[in-house]
Structures are given as C-alpha cells and as structure tokens.
Design a protein around this ligand. Structure first.
Ligand code: NAG
Ligand code: NAG
Ligand code: NAG
Ligand code: NAG
Length: 958
C-alpha cells in the first residue's frame, strides 16, 4: 500500500511537471482501488499511468478513463465502490469472469456518463442496487447469467435512453415493476427494444400497464419464471414485437384475441402454462416462423384451419393442446415447414403428408393420438414420421414399420469442416483450426434464445453464422484466422446452444487485448447474427493460453515511470519526488520574484543596515539573534516543539514571561532577503483572532526566524490523534472548524492583498486554551520543498492529501485550493484519519461509503469514535455535505470560504450552539487519558508517545 501512496504522489507530480496527459489522479486512485480487490489483473497493469501506458482493457480520453473492457480475463474478486469514482466512464464490460462475485456496489449509480454496463456470465449476487436508475445515459444494460436476487429495481424505469435490457438467467424475484404516481416502472421504457427477463423467479401477474402502444419493443422474453394471471391484452398494442416468449410460467386465462394484431412476430412461445379458453386464432401473424403453444389447457378444438395459412412457418409445436380431428394435407404444403410436433392430442383419421411439401420438412411427431391410417407418398424426401401410440401402429402388420418405433436420436450433428485441408495432430492445449493450423482458440457457448428454425442438421445456417461473425471480427481489426462451430443442440429451455472456437491468425494464441475485444464484440451485441438466429448471448470459457505479454509500450514517459517505480522500494523515488517538488517550487518562486521585483521599492533593502526603518511592519518587532538564543536557551532540544521542511520550531520565553513559538529556517530552506521581508511585511499586516499572530522576526547572521504567539494546546492534529488528551466532541469540532474557516475567509476576503494559504492541514491549525482555532503558517508555503534533506519528504507527504488536484493539473493557484484543503480538514475532523491512509484518500473513502438515505449518511464506520458516537450528532450530515462540496473536483464548484463560514454557522445554530460565542462550548475538562478509543486511527503514528501529563491549563467558560 505504501507503493500505492507513492504511485498517487507520482501521478500528481509527474502529471504536473510534464504537462502531458497522464491519467487523472482520481481515476488512477479509483482504478488502484478496483485492482486491489481483483486477482489476475493483466500483467501490464503496472506503473502509475493507465492511460499513458496503455493498460490492457483501459481506454482513456484526455487523461480520463472512459472505458473498461476486461471480458474473459479470468478476474476474481469483487467490484469495489471505487468504480463510482470513475466519473467519465462510459463503458464497463467485465463479462465472462466467473470469479467476480459479491454484490454490485451502490456507487455504480455515480457513473453519470455510463452508456454500456455489461456484466454477462460473472458470479455477481445480491440485489441489483436501485442506484442503477441514476445512470441516465445508459443505453445497454446486460446483467444476465449471474446470481442476482431480489427485486427488479423499479428505478430502471428511469433509464429513458435504454435500448437493451437483459436481466435474464438470474434469481430475481417479486413482480414486474410498473410505475404508479411516485414510483418508476418498466412501462416507462418507451425506447427500449429488448426486455430479456427469462430464467428468473419473477412472480405475480403481468401488469397490463407494462405494455402500451407507445413502446418500441422487439423482444419480450419472460420465459421460465413463476408468473401467474393472464396475458394482458395490452401486449397486442406493441406492434413492433418480433419475438415473444412467455413459456414456462403459470399463466392462466384466455390468450387475448388481439395478439394476432402483432403481425411482425416471428417467434411466439406460450407453452407450458395453464392457459385456457379457445386456442388463439393467429391467422394475421403471417410472419410467424416458430409457434409453440404446447402443454396448456385450451378448449378442445378441431385442428385450426388458419394454421396452414401461415406461409412462413418452420416449426409448429402443439403438444397436449386438445386438438382433434384429421390433419389437413394442406398443412404439409407450407414450403418452409421443418418440424411438426402434435403429440398427446386427439387427432384421428388418416395422416396424409401429400407430395408438395418443401425440402426442409424433417420431422412429424404425432405420438399418442388416434390416427388409424398413414398414407405414405413415394416422395424422395426423408421425412421422419413418428406414429407411436396411435391406432395405426397397433394394427397387426404395421408394428414393424419404422414410423412405429421411436427413432434413435439422430447423430448427424454439425461441426465446421476443415477448409480443404488435412487437420494436423496438435498438442494437448491446441486445436486444429478449420484452416488446419494448430493454435489455442478462444472458446465458449453461443446461446440463441429464440431461433426461427428447428432443423439443426442444415449446415447452411451455421455457415452463414460463422461467416457473418468472421466479417464482424475482421471489421473490428481482430486477428482472427477462422471460426469453428459445433454441436448445435436445443436445451431444456428451447434455447439453441452451439460451441464456438475462435482461432488466432497471429501466432498460436491471442493476447489479452484480442480476447477482451472479441469478448466485447459478443457481449455488447456489436456482432449481429443473421436474423433467423434471433436474440443471443455468449458465455466464454476461461482463456488460459494468453500470448506472451509484451513489455508495455516503451514510450519515453512510460520508461521514466517504470524506472521510478522500479526504484521505489529502494527509496530512490523519494529523492526524485523531492527533486520534482524542488524544481516546481523553484520555478514558482522565480516567477513570483520576477513579477514583484519590478514594482517593489524595497528590492534592495538591506536588513543589516536598515532593519530599524521598516514602516510596513505593524506591531511585529525585530529581534536580534542573541535575544532569541537567550529566550530559547540557545535553541536547546528541550525547547524544540516541532519541525518541518522549513526547519525547527522552538518554544521561547520573553522577558515578560510571555511564551512564543520561534520558527527557525534551516540552512538551505531560506528565502532571499527580499522575499523574507515581503513575507513578514505581509504577515504583520494581518490580524485576526483566528490567525496566529506574528510577534516579530529576526534576519541576521544568515538566519531567518519568525516569532509567533505560543498556543498551549498545540496543533489540531495532536488533539485529533488523542496525543494532547483533549477530547474533541462534536460541538468542539464545530467550534474548531468555524474558527479555522473564519481565519481563512479573512485571508481570502479581507486581507489586502488577499492571501492564499496553500498549506491548509491539521498541523497548521493551532488551538488556544479556549480551544479557539488559529490558522498558522500562512504565506510560508514557498519555504516548502526547497530543502533536499529528509524533512521535506515528511512535509510533502503530510501535505499530499490536502493538495487540490485541480491546482496540480493546471498550476493555477486560487483561493479554491485552500477550500479544497479545508474540505479535507473537515473530513479529518470527522474521522480523525490522515488524508491518505493505507493508500486510500479520505475524500474517496467518504464518497464510496456515503449513502444519503442512511443514518449519518452511512459514515458511522469511519467517524472518529471520540466525536461522541451515540450522542446527538445533529448537523453532521450537513457538515459532511459541506465538506464534500469543498472537495469538488472543479474549483468553480466549491464554495468560497465566506460561504463555508456561513454554512458552518447555520449548522451550529441548527445544532443549538451559538456560533458567536468565543469560549469553549462546554466547561468540560480534559480527558484523563485517551482510554476511550484504543484503536485510534493515528495510533500507528505517535499516539503511543502520549504519557498522560497535560499542560495544566484550564478552560474557563465565559
Ligand atoms: C387489434 O385487434 C382488435 C381485436 O382483434 C381489433 O379490433 C383492432 O382493430 C386491432 N387493432 C389493430 C391496430 O390492428
Ligand atoms: C374424428 O374425431 C371427430 C371428433 O373428435 C369425429 O367427429 C370424427 O368422426 C372422427 N373421425 C374419424 C375418421 O374417426
Ligand atoms: C438448408 O437451408 C437453406 C436455407 O434455408 C435451404 O435453402 C436449403 O435447401 C436447406 N438444405 C437442406 C438440405 O435442407
Ligand atoms: C502447450 O503445450 C505445450 C506442450 O504440450 C507446452 O510446451 C506449452 O508450454 C503449452 N503452452 C501453454 C501456453 O500452455
């Protein structure tokens, strides 16, 4: 995880210093969050720049991750809420990774740009989150063949752009949601063409409201569920329908008469229900290819005369439908007819199939009827006729006829033949392609949910399928040599399954990019099979023979990053970081110097000669180095109270007994004389009760020292860490935040010229003995980073989590960068976590966890227990919201510090506190120790140093 922090730092710094389109740091840290929950990520997922280094499966636009396609990568693990951070993501395809389990995170609903969400054939379970309804741009939603349970989220009805909706083959329960006043429902999906809900456990009736004439559905698949009630007549209003499957449910009642209005329907399956009333008259459905009404409780009827008028019919299946009388010979003259199955009826008389049937007729299965005569024609076609359990087969003499025995299942199974070559023998992990080349194919199963044909032995179909697929792969520039299809079969759901093997044209196996791209072409329905195959899905087998990974693209930049990351373990990276920070700061400084030199009359001010006459310094006095040595006991270690990149801080005692904090710049981190003077001039001018007061300075003998008022209660960080022993309850935290906010607002809005702090963090917020917050170190940020000693590292690292990413991207420093830092500080106040902890940024952590529907926005788990969990935390949600606004990605979206002050004041009033009160909000005493919270988040840092003794200051309520 440490490496991960470095990685984030690197992205910040390199992104800034090179100016190239390196991956956006938010996106990078989100992808690292995803990666940390996955195994088997592609081997080239190294470094810090997924976009620049071409990580497999990641596609970017302008340094933002816009697409993740990782189908068939063998990923295992879960999908973490980090996904919600990829705010520009448009396509997410993780299909065919059976090892991806767990639930779909709520944060998926944050992906406002998402158009395609494809998770076919993974192991996801649990409820589909309602937040999915927030994805307003979603066009394609495929969650089929997982283990999702619970209800269909009604919010899906909100997805007005949805074209493809596939939730089939899960364990979804409950009824089909339709809208009512305030609730969304699937009836609202007027643009959707595909409703694929088969093979779930949906129950209840099919709401008549579900369908309307305004819809554009072509596929409505609700097969194999537990639906009851009748088929609503509103279905007949959806004129666009082509495939309708309601088979394998518990539907009852009569089939609505207007179903026949659906003249575009090609496949209609209503079998295996408890439908009653007359067999529906579908005479107008003259495009019907496949009709199955088997196993229902229709009224007994003579064989319908309208059936022979369906001139496109290939397949007629009416088992156990109480059809009686004689089969008309004209039925078999339908030219396209392939299969007639009328088992278990009351057909009688003579079976005459005539001579004028098409050449595709393959099977006539009339088992268990009352047919007493079979008029065999001497046709050349090999039609299989089954009359077992009919009167004709019980007559003596007929029993020996072939039509009186149940045939062996025909073994003429199709398999793509070799392409005029002799298949070689291949080793165990390879197969011969149709072009007789040994290689490792990408394999899987193609499943067609509703083909319009039933003859599986006609190679023409499969040849056209393979060639259309080949064309699709070629037009997507995929290195595919050939495609082999084999073993077409109908499964128990009447789906057509086919084995498919896709062979590589380059080398003997595919690389990852080819695999996930082929996977995407199939999962995203980019490939459209010939229409007679109908809707399909694909389930890939795991591909294990990936071609040898190439070393990631060796562009100049990636090499650099590679070197840096490689050296990270050795600590070399820290030096690199220092150098970069240094270069950056130096550049900024030079720029600033140049700008101000031209207009400042004090450029040549020599402090040694003229230190006595600096009229601009109001209140601050000039100390000699000798004086300060005396006050600090010659800068003794005992008086050292802090250190940082600039040098050390000492406690000093003035002759008046007043305590001061003396900041002594160390060699190498000093500013130029002019700059130093400029700084103290600036600092001496700002006076505010929430800013640490500059008492004086010293600039001689090559030393630069600043003398500040001393604040007995130390830094906010010390209090949050429990180190100072001050327990900060909710009210106190509000008080600290209002103080710090007011100090900053003053710097931004009232100081003249305005001052941007640049380094807001919890170690720069000091607490006086009434726990009033005072902002320290403003105007000093230029000191940071000019030192190449180890201290700077601490400084940079400590500051990192507060850095405004926009500032780092654009180098444009504005007040809003302080607002960002302040937002992070607010989150730190809530959680007592360091901004970057265990490689995770607090902002992201909160975003991921946050759920506005839950109590305390679902943040209990990361709140600092010392805040008083269990007590009233009134206003906390508003505080969180404010903090999150402060850390908006774009500065323009953040409030000003003045607005922040107002809102915190409002929160305090809401909470029952007086925001104008100066004193500590309670007369509480210091905690005796930090007993209450043993697993404090800062504990791995310096909590253990706490020894139990506190500065014995008293807090006095005013
Ligand atoms: C649909 O069917 C009904 C009843 O069969 C009929 O009255 C109506 O005219 C049909 N509508 C259309 C648009 O064909
Ligand atoms: C066939 O059955 C129908 C009624 O089910 C009956 O009217 C008819 O006479 C029968 N035909 C023959 C040839 O048995
Ligand atoms: C196979 O199907 C094609 C297309 O429908 C048809 O033209 C051809 O006659 C069929 N072949 C056989 C042997 O049934
Ligand atoms: C495939 O099998 C051959 C020999 O059986 C072996 O040498 C080779 O390493 C295998 N390749 C892969 C990618 O497993």
């Amino acid at each position: 995880m440490g490496v991960r922090v470095l990685a984030i730092l690197l992205v910040f710094l390199l992104g800034d210093s090179t100016g190239d389109a390196a991956t956006n740091p938010y996106d990078f840290s989100a992808i690292m969050g995803l990666k940390s929950d996955w195994q088997n990520t592609p081997p080239n997922w190294v470094g810090t720049d997924p976009c620049g280094n071409g990580w497999d499966g990641i596609h970017c636009t302008n340094s933002r991750i816009t697409s993740i396609t990782l189908s068939s990568m063998g990923l295992t693990g879960s999908l973490s809420g980090d996904i919600g951070q990829l705010s520009k993501l448009q396509i997410l395809d993780l299909s065919y990774n059976k090892g991806l389990t767990g639930s779909l995170p709520v944060q998926i609903g944050n992906l406002m740009k998402l158009t395609n969400l494809i998770l076919v054939g993974c192991g996801f379970s649990g409820q589909i989150p309602d937040s999915i309804g927030s994805l307003h741009n979603l066009v394609f939603l495929s969650l089929n063949s997982n283990e999702f349970s619970g209800l269909i989220p009604p919010t899906i009805g909100n997805l007005s752009r949805l074209y493809w909706l596939d939730l089939a083959d899960n364990q979804l329960t409950g009824s089909i949601p339709v809208s009512n006043g305030s609730n969304f429902g699937l009836d609202m999906l007027l643009h959707t063409k595909h409703f694929h809900f088969g093979q779930n456990q949906l129950s209840g009736t099919i709401p008549s409201q579900l369908f309307s004439s305004g819809m554009n559905l072509i596929h409505v698949l609700f097969d194999s569920n537990h639906l009851t009630g009748s088929i609503p007549s509103t279905l007949g209003l959806v004129q666009s329908l082509e495939v309708v499957r309601f088979d394998r449910n518990s539907l009852y009642g009569a089939v609505p008469a207007n179903l026949s209005n659906l003249t575009s329907v090609q496949e209609l399956l209503l079998s295996n229900n408890r439908l009653t009333g007359p067999l529906p008259n579908l005479a107008d459905m003259n495009n019907l290819n496949y009709l199955d009404l088997s196993n229902n409780s229709f009224d007994a009827t003579d064989f319908p005369t309208w059936i022979p008028t369906l001139q496109s019919l290939t397949t007629l299946i009416l088992e156990r439908t109480q059809v009686r009388g004689e089969l008309p010979v004209i039925l078999f003259s339908i030219f396209s007819l392939q299969k007639v199955v009328l088992r278990n009826n009351q057909l009688n008389g003579t079976l005459d199939i005539g001579t004028s049937h098409g050449n595709q007729l393959q099977l006539i299965d009339l088992q268990t009827n009352f047919i007493d005569n079979f008029k065999q024609s001497t046709g050349v076609y090999s039609v299989e006729v089954i009359l077992v359990d009919n009167l004709v087969c019980e007559e003596t003499g007929a029993a020996g006829q072939s039509y009186c025995t149940i045939p062996q299942s025909n073994t003429s199974s199709y398999s793509t033949p070799p392409n005029n070559c002799i298949p070689p023998l291949c080793n165990s992990n390879q197969t011969s392609s149709p072009n007789c080349k040994c290689s490792s194919p990408y394999t899987g199963t193609l499943v067609f949910r509703s083909p319009s044909f039933s003859v599986l032995g006609n190679s023409t179909y499969f040849e056209s399928l393979a060639s259309s697929m080949m064309i699709s792969f070629q037009s997507n520039q995929l290195p595919v040599d050939s495609i082999s299809l084999s073993d077409p079969r109908k499964d128990s759901f009447d789906y057509l399954q086919l084995n498919i093997a896709v062979f590589p044209s380059e080398g003997v196996s595919f690389n990852r990019m080819s695999i996930y791209t082929i996977g995407f072409v199939l999962s995203n329905q980019t490939y459209k099979p010939p229409k007679l195959f109908g809707p399909f899905y694909f389930i890939a087998d795991q591909y294990t023979n990936f071609a040898e990974v190439q070393v990631p693209k060796t562009s100049k930049k990636s090499t650099n990053i590679g070197v840096i990351v490689g050296a990270a373990a050795g600590g070399f990276v820290l030096l690199m970081l220092l150098a970069l920070v240094g270069v950056y700061a130096f550049r900024q400084k030079k720029r600033a110097e140049k700008a101000t030199e031209q207009r400042n009359p004090f450029v040549n001010w020599d402090p040694k000669k003229s230190s006595g006459e600096v009229p601009q310094l109001r209140g601050a006095r000039c100390f000699s180095i000798e004086e300060l040595k005396k006050y600090t006991n010659n800068f003794s270690e005992a008086n050292e109270i802090g250190s940082g990149g600039y040098g050390k801080v000492y406690r000093g005692t003035l002759p008046t007994e007043t305590l001061v904090a003396i900041k002594r710049a160390q060699q190498g981190s000093m500013q130029g004389g002019f700059e130093f003077k400029n700084e103290i001039e600036l600092l001496s001018r700002v006076h505010h009760k929430n800013l640490v007061t500059l008492v004086g300075f010293c600039f001689e003998q090559g030393e630069q020292l600043l003398v500040y008022e001393f604040l007995p209660n130390g830094t906010l960080k010390e209090s949050l860490s429990g180190k100072s022993g001050i327990r900060l309850d909710w009210a106190r935290r509000l008080k600290v935040s209002i103080g710090a906010a007011r100090g900053l607002a003053y710097l931004h809005e009232l100081a003249n010229p305005p001052i941007i702090h640049r380094d807001i963090k919890s170690t720069n917020i000091l607490l006086d003995d009434h726990l009033n917050a005072k902002v320290a170190d403003f105007g000093l940020s230029k000191l940071v980073g000019e030192d190449e000693s180890g201290h700077v590292t601490t400084q940079v690292k400590g500051t990192m989590g507060y850095l405004d990413p926009e500032y780092y991207m654009t180098q444009q420093l504005t007040e809003k960068s302080d607002v960002y830092g302040f937002g992070v500080l607010m989150l730190e106040l809530l959680t007592a976590r360091r901004p970057i902890e265990r490689g995770r940024h607090i902002v992201r952590e909160v975003r991921v966890l946050m759920n506005k529907d839950k109590d305390l926005y679902n943040l209990q788990g990361i709140l600092d227990p010392a805040i008083g969990l269990g007590t009233s935390l009134k206003g906390l949600e508003r505080f969180v919201e404010l903090a999150m606004r402060c850390v908006e990605e774009s500065g323009a979206d953040r409030p000003t510090m003045g607005e922040v002050v107002k809102e915190i004041e409002n929160i305090m009033v809401f909470t029952g506190l007086n925001p104008k009160a100066e004193s500590a909000t309670t007369s509480a005493s210091y905690e005796e120790a930090s007993k209450g919270y043993s697993t404090h988040p800062y504990s791995n840092e310096d909590f253990l140093e706490y020894s139990g003794g506190f500065p014995p200051s008293r807090i006095e309520p005013q």
